[in-house]
Write a protein that binds this ligand. Structure first.
Ligand code: ATP
Length: 622
């Protein structure tokens, strides 16, 4: 006889419309299923995937601007902490409307990833039992795992959501981490809760910038943790904010709005301040007689006291520095890189091809590192060397060997790279006359400086690169065939950025390099992915730099890109330079890049599908 698990029995009962067997589900889940049933939701159907108009999302984002700024930074940290594939971090408003997401590419492209987008609504009545909906209703952290989701189509997901609360327990927003059920990690729940608490504390610092902020806890070692109470006070000792741990530590005392420090603690505010501003940990009894230890975290501006301003709470987990030096998750790049180790071990020349800005020089440096060679990495831009000087620059020259020769002579770049790597960039530009000399060098690995007699043995790893088609140049007799065959021991092609499957990772990596901690939303990445990138990764890097210069908040979302795309390329040809009309056109195109669906775009903006189509001219349609 087959033994059914508690979950099997519960799902069978749900599907047959029978009473749910007791003890088979956590109580909040069982109650939620019951409510969904009463609402007439059919667990086998797809839920109503409603998405509100983009303008509504924008308005809500504006209303929650302070919280959103803190949350996006925290989401970025959380994303890095949980790491692993198939993960999405989402921020929603108190009612479960998603405002922003940060995820990896695998999740973004999954069915769930396409459903959790800005403007999607995750309240229980629409989406059945789910973490965002439950956390919003219960005002407490919730995990909904696999088949605990009411709708069977969400059974492969695990979601953990935590509300972001004010001191009175009112939900200000929701933080959610969703991942494939099998990728679920034990500690995710705790990390989401900690991130929510970090945001709550951040809000106190943000909103009470003019106040004193004190941290307190019965034990000194907890003062720097998220368990510490945070109390914001005006200059005359009126409480302006208190975090949740603070509320719990002072439970039973009148700590509500407009409470005074003097009624919460057994000491007048002025005297406590005197002690606190001398620095260090200050013991004090609360009005119920329990001793707590207190430190001053922020001094109200204008008070001339130095050396006391300590850092706000340290992050419980700071990100490790294990980020790769460059991104190579694309399957084609990975496959191309697989043979590098063997090629360098055999001393084989490696030839890199790819458009400008695809990372050839970066790859050359990587090859040098893989080779383990202790000598220098010497890069030669073959296109920048004058024809007459080429041979002398590469192979060196004796004193006064030719007019304009350096008086002291030169050992040349090939010998400079001895024991290391000689990177011949823009190899297609090497003058024909120098090709013969290079060919000889590659065969013999010897150099004789111009004007000299002595021959020097040189041991270098050769790496060459070009963005031109050398085979075609050989056919046109502009490049020596025998030289090409000496160079291309291993050929490694770097794909253009638009063809890379790891586009999102490249964006995140560059951003991390340029401005650590600045978050970028999935919608912004989706919008970037739709663009053309003739300058490839270099062009993307400089666009991100420009965005960072212009950005107001601590993040980049899709609206930064719409505003930033003041160029005519972001409207359809008919709307170029048409003032308001072109703004609407841009909004349509930007919204389409987020939703990738004409129907959703039309619905989100409250326009007809025909209007949307009209403005999508030139945009790659799904
Ligand atoms: N895989 C990658 N991950 C992250 N950054 C990258 C990657 N590849 C290239 N970059 C960055 O892109 C920029 C251009 O790279 P690089 O100079 O290596 O390109 P290139 O192909 O040699 O260009 P060109 O042909 O114009 O000389 C650099 O800032 C580099 O750090």
């Amino acid at each position: 006889m087959q033994i059914l698990s508690g979950m099997d029995r519960a799902r069978n009962a749900l599907e047959r419309g029978e009473r749910l067997p007791g003890g088979t589900l956590p109580l909040p889940i069982a109650e939620s299923w019951q409510r969904c049933r009463e609402l007439g939701l059919d667990p086998h159907r797809r839920p109503r995937g409603e998405v509100v108009p983009f303008a509504t999302v924008t308005r809500r984002r504006q209303k929650m601007e302070g919280l959103r700024r803190l949350a996006l930074a925290e989401m970025q940290v959380l994303y890095a902490q949980i790491a692993g594939s198939n993960l999405m971090i989402a921020l929603a408003d108190a009612g479960g409307m998603v405002l922003d997401t940060i995820s990896d590419q695998a999740f973004t492209e999954s069915t769930a990833g396409r459903a959790i987008i800005p403007g999607s609504l995750w309240d229980e009545a629409r989406r059945g039992t789910n973490a965002l909906g439950l956390a919003s209703d219960a005002s407490q952290p919730v995990g909904v795992f696999g088949r605990e989701h009411y709708f069977t189509c969400h059974a492969h997901l695990s979601c953990m959501a935590a509300p972001i609360l004010d001191a009175h327990g009112q939900v200000l927003g929701l933080l959610d981490a969703s991942c494939a059920n099998e990728a679920r990690q034990q500690h995710t729940h705790a990390l989401v809760r900690m991130a929510a608490a970090q945001i709550e504390n951040g809000l106190i610092f943000q909103e009470c910038a003019d106040n004193f902020i004190l941290a307190f806890h019965p034990r000194a070692e907890y003062l720097d943790t998220l368990s510490a109470g945070l109390l914001a006070l005006s200059r005359d000792g009126v409480v302006t904010a208190l975090n949740r741990p603070g509320s719990a530590l002072l439970s039973g005392l009148p700590a509500g709005a407009d409470a005074r420090f003097d009624t919460l603690f057994e000491m007048p505010f002025a005297r406590a301040l005197d002690g606190l501003l001398r620095g260090g940990v200050f013991p004090i009894r609360d009005a119920a007689g329990s001793q707590v230890l207190m430190v001053c975290r922020q001094i109200a501006p204008g008070l001339a006291v130095r050396n006391l301003h300590q850092e706000p709470q340290a992050r419980p987990h700071d990100k490790g520095g294990s980020a790769p030096r460059f991104v190579c998750a694309d399957a084609a790049v990975k496959a191309a890189m697989a043979d590098i180790g063997q090629a360098v071990a055999m001393g084989m020349p490696i030839h890199l091809t790819g458009e400008t800005g695809t990372g050839k020089e970066l790859m050359a440096r990587h090859i040098h590192e893989v080779s383990g060679r202790r000598g220098e990495f010497v890069a030669v831009n073959c296109g920048a060397l004058a024809e007459q000087l080429f041979v002398a620059e590469i192979f060196g020259h004796e004193q006064g060997a030719f007019t304009n020769a350096r008086t002291e002579g030169s050992i040349g770049l090939a010998r400079q790279a001895d024991g290391g790597t000689l990177f011949l960039d823009e190899i297609a530009d090497i003058p024909l006359s120098a090709q013969t000399a290079l060919l000889r060098f590659l065969d013999a690995r010897e150099v004789r400086p111009v004007g000299g007699l002595k021959i020097h043995k040189v041991d270098v790893q050769i790496v060459s690169a070009t963005n031109r088609n050398l085979e075609a140049m050989v056919a046109e007799r502009a490049f020596r065939a025998d030289l090409l065959y000496r160079l291309n021991g291993l050929v490694l092609h770097l794909p253009p950025l638009s063809a890379r499957s790891d586009f999102a990772l490249v964006v995140k990596h560059l951003l991390q390099e340029l401005a650590p901690g600045v978050a970028i939303t999935d919608a912004a990445i989706a919008s970037l992915a739709q663009r053309e990138w003739p300058g490839n990764i270099r062009e993307l890097r400089s666009l991100l730099q420009r965005l960072l210069l212009r950005r107001q908040g601590a993040f980049i979302d899709e609206t930064c890109l719409v505003e930033g795309a003041g160029d005519s390329g972001d409207t359809c040809p008919a709307c170029r330079d048409r003032g308001l009309a072109s703004r609407i056109c841009r909004e349509i195109r930007a919204t389409y890049r987020v939703h990738r669906s004409v129907t959703h775009t039309a619905r989100a903006l409250g326009l007809s599908r025909t209007t949307v189509y009209k403005h999508l001219c030139g945009e790659p349609l799904n």
